[in-house]
Write a protein that binds this ligand. Structure first.
Ligand SMILES: C[S@@+](CC[C@H](N)C(=O)[O-])C[C@H]1O[C@@H](n2cnc3c(N)ncnc32)[C@H](O)[C@@H]1O
Length: 468
């Protein structure tokens, strides 16, 4: 591909993501749009694929600052100008170089028009960052989320937001059902993939740069899975033991299910549930490759599916890896933050509350419920746990200082009763984890099966199971 053709491919993708050229993405998520675009163009080689992806994600990571500059240059925002501004401000190209790129050739973008040339001249010589930019623009976050992020991150806000706006590393989880970490590290090195052991997860290997991991023998043989170190720690904190009954209620495509099977050494039973059959189906091949044989998959109609009532008090461990804003994973999905609305966040927090209520029913007395999100927003994290504990005195919060050393070496990486992993402090995606334990003795209004006593169909916090 010529540089002009790469620029045209980036423009095609921007048109898919911002179909009305507006300031918020309205098309499919960027990773899906990119995968679909490339799938339909097999003739694009791997180097060009990488270059187009880098250019697209570069533009997306600079979304707020590009908007700020376009406004300052009094230029009508649009996808062409997004790319032109990014080339000038982040790529430090000259106006002449941009004009060469927009060459009007059969595979390249149309030449710059007079208004674009004028805007480009106003932007030339500037850089993406400018001291007049407000904090939300400088750190690429929606302004309405800034108070919540400040509440979660305190004095660390600027450095955490700056890390959150950057690129994520590639982490692997060594599948200890099949091999030890040192042996896998050596096998990867033999295939030309250098890695370092993770700081926190005993399974983790961090890859040096972006490498074709999926093409390695180690990956094909099921010795590794790509999984952020923070996500691995969530699975560790579930503390699932061999022989136990474990429910992974929001299992998706099985990232954490696979890790749970490893801590259980394939002994006992995992139920991997989700409301999306397609996602659960995707876990099948991964489980097979990993040699994880103790997993049953179950599609639920909703968080009040009758399956939950049938399995009440049936599990030693229940993981709720809740659907969330994904604010902790913005390094990987930089467009996601611009899709989130206050109404969307309200819908998510309501669903999280219902999932916590329902999942509590599944936990045996003495068993544990682990609530996790890949979010940094207090409304999805601590606020959920506090509301849950107020409604369910038969559960206690297991402090991190107690839960961490039961599963993992060293001291917990954050202070407080719950775990909040952050990109700058821990080098992981943002994750929240709370470990909750069902008391052995029945407490208050809840009997040993998790049913609210004296009420038909549950309390306000616990919708009737039969309603599904
Ligand atoms: C954060 S993702 C799970 C990721 C997965 N655990 C992993 O490690 O790869 C949340 C999942 O919750 C599922 N979900 C949404 N609503 C649900 C519900 N009411 N009951 C169960 N799962 C639900 C979504 O389909 C999504 O797959």
């Amino acid at each position: 591909m010529t540089p002009a053709a790469r620029a045209q491919a980036t423009l095609d993708l921007l048109e898919i993501l911002f179909p009305d050229a507006g300031s918020a993405p309205a098309g499919p998520p960027a990773d899906r749009a990119l995968a679909d675009y490339l799938r339909g163009r097999r003739y694009i080689g791997s180097k060009d694929r990488r270059a187009v992806a880098e250019q697209l994600y570069g533009v997306l990571r600079a979304h707020a600052r590009l908007g700020w500059w376009m406004e300052r240059a009094a230029a009508a925002p649009g996808n062409r100008l997004r790319l032109i501004a990014w080339l000038l401000l982040a790529g430090h190209e000259s106006v002449a170089a941009v004009r060469t790129l927009f060459d009007g050739s059969s595979y390249g973008p149309e030449p710059l028009d007079a208004a674009e040339v004028a805007a480009a001249k106003r932007l030339a010589g500037e850089t993406l960052d400018h001291p007049d930019q407000p904090l939300d623009v400088r750190h690429e976050v929606p302004a309405w989320l800034l108070p919540q992020l400040r509440a979660a991150l305190g004095a660390d806000l600027p450095r955490e937001l700056s890390a959150l706006a950057g690129e994520a590393p590639v982490d692997l989880r060594v599948n200890t059902l099949k091999a030890e970490r040192a042996a896998v590290q050596a096998a990867l090195a033999e295939e030309g993939i250098a890695s370092a052991v993770g700081r926190l997860s005993p399974w983790a290997l961090r890859i040096d740069g972006r490498r074709p991991v999926a093409a390695t023998r180690a990956f094909r043989d099921g010795l590794v899975e790509v999984q952020d170190e923070g996500s691995q720690l969530v699975a560790w904190l579930v503390g699932a033991r061999p022989g136990e009954r474990v429910c992974d209620l929001c299992a998706g495509a099985g990232g954490k299910t696979l890790a749970l099977a490893a801590t259980m050494r394939n002994k006992g039973q995992i139920f991997a549930c989700d409301t999306l059959k397609g996602r659960l189906d995707r876990s099948a091949a991964r489980l097979k490759r990993a040699g994880a044989f103790n997993v049953a998959r179950r599609v639920l109609k909703s968080e009040t599916d009758p399956w939950i009532k049938r399995h009440k008090a049936g599990f030693d461990r229940v993981l709720v890896d809740a659907p969330c804003s994904g604010a902790g994973a913005w390094r990987r999905n930089p467009d996601a933050k611009w899709r989130l609305t206050p109404e969307g966040l309200d819908r998510l927090t309501a669903l999280q509350g219902r999932l916590l209520s329902s999942s509590a029913r599944l936990v045996k007395p003495g068993g544990r419920l682990v609530y996790a999100t890949c979010s940094l927003l207090p409304a999805e994290n601590l606020a959920q746990v506090e509301r849950f504990l107020a409604a369910r005195p038969d559960f206690r919060l297991v402090p991190l200082a107690e839960a961490w050393p039961e599963e993992l070496p060293g001291k917990p990486p954050s202070a407080g009763e719950t775990l909040l992993l952050r990109p700058a402090s821990h080098g992981t995606d943002g994750f929240f984890v709370a470990v909750l334990q069902r008391r052995l003795e029945a407490a208050g209004a809840h009997d040993a099966t998790g049913e609210a006593q004296g009420q038909v169909g549950g309390s306000a916090e616990t919708p009737p199971l039969e309603s599904a």
